[in-house]
Design a protein around this ligand. Structure first.
Ligand code: ADP
Ligand code: MG
Length: 703
């Protein structure tokens, strides 16, 4: 047997948990910290000093030499700048490791090199990081040694958010405030807080290191830009939930161990649909901690892969023709007294609070379908959404048979008298137990599906931060709760008013409900008829955040100012243009320096063979045919390469960010596809011994 791993002991080993704070702080200090953690407010500087010292002592005991304010700029990943605990030596040359409350609470990284969308000119480089006391500090071990990481928010000198955490925290506060009003309407005086909870399922691909290093596209773009399909893909459906290969299993084991030490409750793991694709899901938790933890999951996935001579691909579409990767964002609302507002109970038709919450969510998603779609947009996700495998770009809500039936009754008669039950599932084998069935089957094609006691937002991309989707979800639902509470708090007859409101919202917004096949062409036509937005790409979605509707929403709840939204729109265009630029340059490099030369020399050897064989008196018919085919494809590839070079140069010269992004999408990406086509066909006819890069078969099956 292998060495046993005591998960209970190692869990949270690298985290400065509440438990560790309780042990290391005096009762009074601990209580002050806990109060601020739970209900907001500011720590006194004296308390901050004490906490900082305790945190530093713990970190140093565990080998830390540095600390960092760990933050999440608009790059979508995390940033860190390390400072050692080293202090000025005294007159005798002795040095003490120090860390003050001020250093814990506030940092001042130079902000000029992070995306700001024009919010801050480079000469006004000052940015601040502020400790997010609600997310625990942790230790990160890398080549640099051990670093104490303090989760922080990041804003500019003038107070604008320059990160993903600040708006998320603002949205959680807004949602809490509005949801509490709803809870109070039903006489609940016990709950003091409503918390958005999130569990993010993370999909990823693994690839062998040596093969990865031979693919410039994987190295620079995180996805393959060329590649003919392998003879075998995912059609046998033998990978999904299949037996996990030894090397992958060893990777998963190390990954789990690392995550548990970091306090991430990694729970499920399995093979996904495509060869070499896998998934990990942690147990859900408070939204902002889930967001931080998802960043740690992504970082750990990449880091641990190195140890196993693997590389982890988080891109939404590493390989054309097989399943892409997403990140199902499971979201629910829980009171601090332990009630899940999305729990329908056994008789949802009688659960008025649940029906009100549901009606508000339907209203929120219908009113802001465009914003929700935008919140899950990133460059890689453009390859998934609407591409017949991932949720479509059209937002809709799946409720399942039971709830759909309740909504229908409410809309038609104003009263839901009956409720469908799941009944029993008979296995037909006497030694197997019969089950209580769920009242509703699953639907895999819906972008926003009700799954028992939570919504599963499936549109989110695998490489993306889950901060934006959750910020938007919280915001739109806060708005719907606010409008409902405004009305219901004034009502003379609450029972009647709430009944009318549920019926009104459900009737008005039922067009957002769709239980059918989201991948079908019929749905695209039907959604159009219903007037639901179908936004095809990230940059077409960008302007949804600066409409008057969006600005009114976000400003009302103090989540974003118009200026912040405008800057974010600008960053979307910049990010898109830069990413496609890298992809185009990588294709130019690979095609021009590796693939076309290899195919050309193969054509040369065929030509020599034709001459030699003919001289020897044979026909060389096969060689001639092969030569003509390679020659034709080479000519196409070379011409497409020339075109790509031209349009790429034009794109780089465009000054306006939006115009540039659209040029990249409408012209450069098209030229990239035109170049890829003959090269993928060449791959099928050129001698595999001279083909300069590993094939799809190598990449996906040699793990
Ligand atoms: P599936 O793939 O069947 O949807 P998984 O077990 O892979 O299920 O993932 C489900 C995710 O949803 C997990 O992260 C889980 O913790 C999370 N989850 C479960 N209940 C809730 C809830 N009430 N609120 C938010 N997330 C939840
Ligand atoms: Mg899953």
């Amino acid at each position: 047997m292998s060495e046993t791993l005591n998960v209970e002991t190692i869990f949270g080993e690298k985290v400065f948990t509440v438990e560790k704070m309780r042990e290391r702080l005096t009762r009074k200090v601990f209580q002050e910290v806990k109060r601020v953690m739970d209900y907001g407010g500011e720590l006194s500087m004296a308390t901050a000093d004490v906490v900082a010292k305790a945190m530093k002592d713990w970190a140093v005991e565990n080998g830390a030499t540095h600390y960092t304010h760990w933050f999440q700029p608009l790059t979508g990943i995390t940033a860190e700048k390390h400072d050692s605990f080293v202090s000025h030596p005294d007159a005798e040359g002795k040095m003490l490791m120090e860390f003050s409350g001020k250093e814990l609470i506030k940092g001042e990284p130079d902000a000029s090199s992070f995306p700001s969308g024009g919010l801050r000119a480079t000469f006004e480089a000052r940015g601040y990081t502020a400790w997010d006391i609600t997310s625990p500090a942790f230790l990160k071990e890398s080549g640099c040694g051990v670093i104490l990481c303090i989760p922080t928010a990041f804003c500019s000198y003038t107070g604008e958010a320059l990160d993903k955490k600040t708006p998320l925290l603002r949205s959680m506060e807004a949602l809490n405030e509005q949801a509490l009003r709803i809870v109070r309407l039903f006489g609940d005086k016990e709950a003091t807080k409503v918390i958005a909870c999130v569990g993010a399922e993370q999909e990823y691909f693994l690839v062998d290191k040596d093969l990865f290093l031979q693919r410039k596209d994987l190295m620079f773009a995180g996805r393959t830009l060329f590649g003919a399909p392998a003879p075998k893909g995912q059609e046998m459906e033998d990978h999904y939930f299949g037996v996990i290969k030894e090397r992958v299993g060893a990777y998963m084991k190390d990954l789990n161990e690392e995550l548990w030490k970091l306090g991430v409750s990694a729970k499920t793991q399995h093979n996904e649909a495509a060869p070499a694709q896998h998934e990990l899901a942690p147990i859900y938790e408070t939204a902002n901690i889930a967001v931080d933890h998802n960043q740690l999951v992504m970082e750990a996935m990449k880091r641990i892969a190195y140890k196993h001579d693997l590389r982890c691909l988080l891109h939404e579409k590493p390989y054309t023709g097989v399943n892409g990767s997403g990140k199902h964002d499971n979201w629910s609302l829980t009171t601090d007294s332990g009630y899940n507002l999305l729990d329908p109970g056994d008789t949802p038709n009688k659960n008025i609070r649940f029906l009100l919450v549901l009606a508000c969510i339907l209203k929120a998603v219908d009113t802001h379908a465009d914003l929700l779609r935008q919140s899950a947009a990133d460059v890689g996700n453009d390859h998934r959404l609407g591409a017949n495998e991932a949720p479509p770009a059209i937002m809709s809500v799946f409720l399942g048979d039971q709830l759909e039936d309740v909504v229908r009754q409410l809309v038609e008669t104003g009263d839901a008298a009956k409720v469908k039950q799941g009944g029993r599932l008979e296995t037909g084998v006497s030694t197997l137990p019969d089950f209580e069935k769920d009242a509703t089957d699953r639907n895999r094609t819906s972008p926003f599906a009700f799954t028992g006691n939570k919504f599963e937002f499936r549109t989110v991309g695998s490489a993306d931060s889950i901060a934006s989707p959750n910020t938007t979800l919280n915001a739109i639902v806060a708005e719907a709760f606010c409008e409902a509470a405004d009305r219901l708090e004034q009502a003379e007859d609450f029972d009647l008013a709430v009944h009318d409101l549920i019926k009104e919202y459900m009737t008005k917004h039922q067009r957002i409900i769709f239980n059918g096949d989201g991948y079908s062409d019929e749905w695209v036509a039907e959604a159009k008829r219903r007037g639901l937005p179908n936004i095809g790409s990230m940059i077409e979605a960008a302007s949804t955040i600066t409409t008057d509707k969006a600005v009114a929403l976000f400003e009302k709840f103090g989540i974003f100012t118009r200026v912040e939204l405008e800057s974010r729109e600008e960053i979307i265009y910049e990010t898109y243009a830069k990413t496609i630029n890298i992809e185009a340059l990588t294709m130019i490099d690979m095609a021009g320096k590796d693939i076309i030369p290899a195919a050309a020399s193969y054509a040369g050897s065929l030509a020599n063979a034709v001459i030699a064989v003919k001289e020897a008196g044979a026909t060389a018919a096969a060689q001639t045919e092969m030569l003509l085919e390679v020659d034709g494809l080479l000519a196409d590839a070379k011409q497409a390469l020339n075109t790509l070079r031209e349009v790429e140069a034009k794109a780089s010269a465009i000054a306006d960010a939006k115009e540039q992004a659209f040029y990249y999408k409408d012209t450069v990406r098209v030229a990239m596809d035109v170049l890829r086509a003959p090269i993928d066909r060449l791959e099928m006819v050129v001698d595999s011994k001279v083909w300069p890069i590993p094939t799809y078969g190598d990449l996906m099956f040699e793990v």
